[in-house]
Design a protein around this ligand. Structure first.
Ligand code: HEC
Length: 204
């Protein structure tokens, strides 16, 4: 898929997502954070094929996606979760406000990781087949190519959650920035799943 086709598909996906919100009945902060999360989800999807080597690598596209995630992370993310903002159809868990320090730490880690990813775009895709050594060890033998699993939308994702946290939590933007782009992307996805694993109700 060329870049233009990819952006047309992304636009179509955004339009569909917009229609879904209209039916979901979300209002106020719940609606705002769902839209922010959708934006991050679209950003991840827009680069996933390229990260898997299934589409032409383009550093600018990756930088743009990383910037979108960084903009929606950190304080921007926590500001969308005021205490008591828990009403239908929110999938947020009360644990957010019971363990606010941890929720906030993951939100800040999200920002640092996305800023690192933005810089890692210059590094390009790492050599193939080396996920079994350095990266494999660092990521706790996870399947770094499977975005759904990394995002915690499957049993495999749930099982990897512990590894995800120990491997990426505490990493600085500088550390992420030194990784090949696809590894930095995998780290980014792990922060998403670390938070969803603890603080978001299962979808299905
Ligand atoms: C610090 C915690 C946290 C981080 C980090 C995080 N999320 Fe979320 N995400 C949530 C919570 C909580 C919800 C449920 C919000 C609600 O329904 O009120 C959610 C919901 C979502 C949704 C569903 C939105 C909807 O319309 O219902 C998507 C998609 C999503 N996140 C994608 C991502 C992606 C992609 C990343 C990483 C780039 C990410 N999230 C990072 C906490 C987080």
């Amino acid at each position: 898929m060329n870049r233009m086709t990819a952006s047309v598909v992304a636009l179509a996906a955004t339009a569909l997502a917009g229609a879904a919100w209209a039916h979901s009945g979300a209002t106020g902060k719940v609606k705002e954070r769902m839209e922010a999360m959708k934006e991050m989800g679209e950003a991840m999807k827009s680069v996933a094929p390229m990260m898997r080597g299934e589409a032409q690598y383009d550093a600018d596209t990756l930088r743009k996606a990383a910037r979108t995630i960084a903009d929606n992370a950190g304080n921007a993310l926590t500001a969308d979760f005021p205490e008591g903002s828990l009403h239908d159809p929110s999938e947020a868990l009360p644990a957010i406000w019971q363990d606010w320090d941890r929720f906030e730490a993951i939100a800040q880690q999200m920002k640092a990781t996305a800023l690192g990813l933005e810089r890692a775009a210059n590094n390009g895709i790492g050599p193939t087949g080396d996920t079994s050594d350095g990266m494999g060890a660092m990521m706790g033998q996870s399947d770094s190519g499977d975005m759904d699993a990394m995002m915690g939308q499957s049993d495999a994702g749930a099982m990897m959650m512990g590894n995800a946290q120990s491997s990426v939590m505490g990493m600085s933007a500088d550390q992420i920035a030194q990784m090949p782009a696809d590894r930095a992307f995998a780290m980014t996805a792990k922060v998403c799943s670390a938070c969803h694993g603890d603080f978001r109700a299962e979808d299905d």
